[in-house]
Design a protein. Structure first.
Length: 564
């Protein structure tokens, strides 16, 4: 039965690896390999969804120009300004360095002053960009006629930098009148905020009624972010949230194959582009009807967005639609305050119900300790205390199994040619010694989801970026530069293995040592915060196991591997 216990433990370990793999797949927006979720309900082609498809196809592509306006098309009373040329407008706040283009009044580049780049840490992190290697823009415009789009040249007015003592910065982009319609975009930036208020004022300067629709979209290439780890992967791509269907990630490949399933019509929610630690999202107030869409714009270029209809405007009338553009780090408390469900861009998968309270507790610990590394250590210690009696039962059961192991080994050798008799004798020994071979398994199984949830908390939390611990660890989100933590983690894992009784089967004995070594190698490339969590868990487990074995009169001993 000792073999049975080990087999069960290996099954538990394998099952936890399956769960991690499934979560990895889900985190990347791929279908789960082992536990696929039911597909989203097919969208009925109601008039609303039909109009959504038509409207999304009508949104001008990122690489197309707006239809030219000739003098004959200019409504009376309005004059076009010829020879307008686009220019870049650089704007700086205390946390953002932004670049706007007067072509469409679009945000084409965002640098985060307080976050450094993954590859070149001497430079600020760039999320939105328009360069030879990256296309990632936030665009808005009008459809429903030959109206101003994100390709129309606009005039800029406003200040370009946030002065000392100033808390707000306002930028204004005003289009020419096109087919009787003028579009004015006003961006309001606030000190310390990554959320930008964007007001769209649509003015009917013509002589006839018009019914334009406003679109807001995020356009991005399908490449993985620079500097992403090869040993673990996180989701990059569009996401759509509505109260009805909740949070839904969309793979670029699904857009390519026209397999994207989203809630296409909703009076609430947001659209976003998500990647590890950072996100960009368009937010409209609840109650504003919008049609959501995802689409392929060009080769390796994709868009996610929403379209909201405006009321019919008579000549001289105007309509204002207020939105928010968030482009920044996935700080959970900030996201929760901005909009319902926005915190879900920090994706914990199906373990969110465990991960969110774990993050809350980690954040509370940080508020006292003021060091994320020690907060991780404290959190694991609290979890160990919470599960102390479960662990005590598991280790006590293992200690009893270890105490009777010599008797089991002698019996196995004596009856090795009579498997049936061996099984009977083994059950007899367990009954006489009052040992439950399953006693060490169930307490461990209960804890597995909690520690997997903590794994995702530490992997997903942008607070770990640039967060120091001690000495040489200056960034808990980056691998240990000197591999000290992974080496310690490997040693503690091997020590745990050595404390367990050696399996009688030679193949099992080899696996007991090879598997921890293979598992440890991965951690040489994992973020330091994750390795620190695992080391703390190992050390506390070893200490508890040692204490319980000693208390039960089973002196700890090291069983070294035999690979002969």
């Amino acid at each position: 039965m000792n073999d049975i216990r080990r087999t069960i433990l290996w099954v538990i370990f394998g099952f936890s690896m399956v769960l991690l793999w499934d979560q990895w797949q889900g985190y990347n927006g791929r279908p789960a390999t082992f536990f696929p979720k039911p597909g989203a309900a097919a969208v009925v082609n109601t008039p609303a969804t039909a109009s959504s498809a038509q409207a999304s196809s009508a949104v001008p592509s990122a690489n197309t120009t707006a239809a030219p306006v000739t003098p004959g098309q200019v409504p009376s009373g309005a004059a076009a300004t010829p020879n307008l040329v686009s220019e870049k407008i650089e704007v700086v706040t205390d946390v953002l360095k932004l670049s706007f283009d007067t072509e469409g009044g679009n945000l084409t580049r965002s640098e985060f002053i307080k976050h450094n780049d993954f590859v070149d840490t001497s430079k600020p992190f760039v999320l939105l960009d328009q360069s030879s290697t990256r296309v990632y823009n936030a665009q808005t415009g009008l459809i429903g006629g030959n109206f101003p789009t994100h390709k129309s040249i606009m005039r800029f007015s406003g200040e370009k930098s946030l002065k000392d003592g100033q808390n707000e910065l306002t930028l204004r982009f005003e289009s020419e009148v096109m087919n009787g319609v003028k579009l004015v975009k006003t961006y309001t930036l606030q000190r310390g905020s990554y959320a930008i208020a964007v007001k769209h004022e649509v003015i009917n300067a013509g002589t006839t009624n018009v019914s334009p629709q406003l679109y807001l979209q995020l356009v991005r290439d399908g490449n993985k972010p620079a500097g992403e780890s090869s040993f673990y992967s996180t989701f990059t791509g569009p996401a759509v949230y509505t109260e009805a269907k909740k949070y839904h990630k969309v793979e670029f490949s699904d857009i390519e194959k026209n397999k994207a399933e989203i809630d296409k019509s909703s009076p609430n929610g947001y659209v976003a582009m998500v990647q590890h630690y950072f996100a960009t999202a368009w937010l409209l107030a609840d109650g504003i009807q919008r049609e959501n869409f995802v689409r392929k714009v060009d080769t390796n270029l994709y868009a996610v967005g929403m379209i909201t209809p405006l009321a019919e405007l008579a000549p001289g009338q105007s309509k204002t639609v207020s939105a928010q553009l968030f482009s920044g780090p996935q700080e959970e408390k900030v996201l929760e305050a901005l909009a319902p469900g926005l915190d879900l861009v920090k994706d914990y998968g199906w373990l969110a119900m465990l991960s969110k309270p774990l993050y809350w507790l980690l954040d509370k610990l940080f508020s006292f300790i003021q060091n994320w590394g020690w907060s991780i250590v404290a959190l694991v210690l609290l979890l160990k205390i919470a599960f102390y009696w479960l662990n005590a039962k598991a280790y006590a059961s293992m200690a009893k199994m270890k105490a009777i192991n010599p008797k089991i080994m002698e019996m196995r050798e004596r009856l090795k040619n009579d498997p049936q008799k061996m099984q009977q004798e083994m059950m007899k020994i367990y009954r006489e010694e009052k040992v439950n071979p399953m006693g060490g398994c169930f307490p461990i199984m209960i804890q597995i989801p909690v520690f997997i949830a903590l794994y995702w908390v530490l992997l997903s939390s942008v607070e770990m970026r640039n967060a120091p611990w001690i000495g040489w660890i200056h960034d808990l989100s980056a691998p240990d530069p000197f591999f000290i933590l992974p080496l310690v983690m490997t040693l503690t894992t091997l020590l745990q293995t050595a404390l367990n009784p050696a399996p009688p089967d030679p193949m099992q004995a080899k696996l007991m040592w090879i598997m921890p070594l293979v598992f440890s190698v991965m951690f040489f490339f994992f973020p330091a915060g994750l390795v620190l969590y695992w080391i703390t868990n190992n050390i506390l487990s070893i200490a508890q196991q040692w204490m319980i074995n000693t208390r039960m009169g089973v002196p700890p001993q090291f069983n070294l591997p035999k690979f002969k």
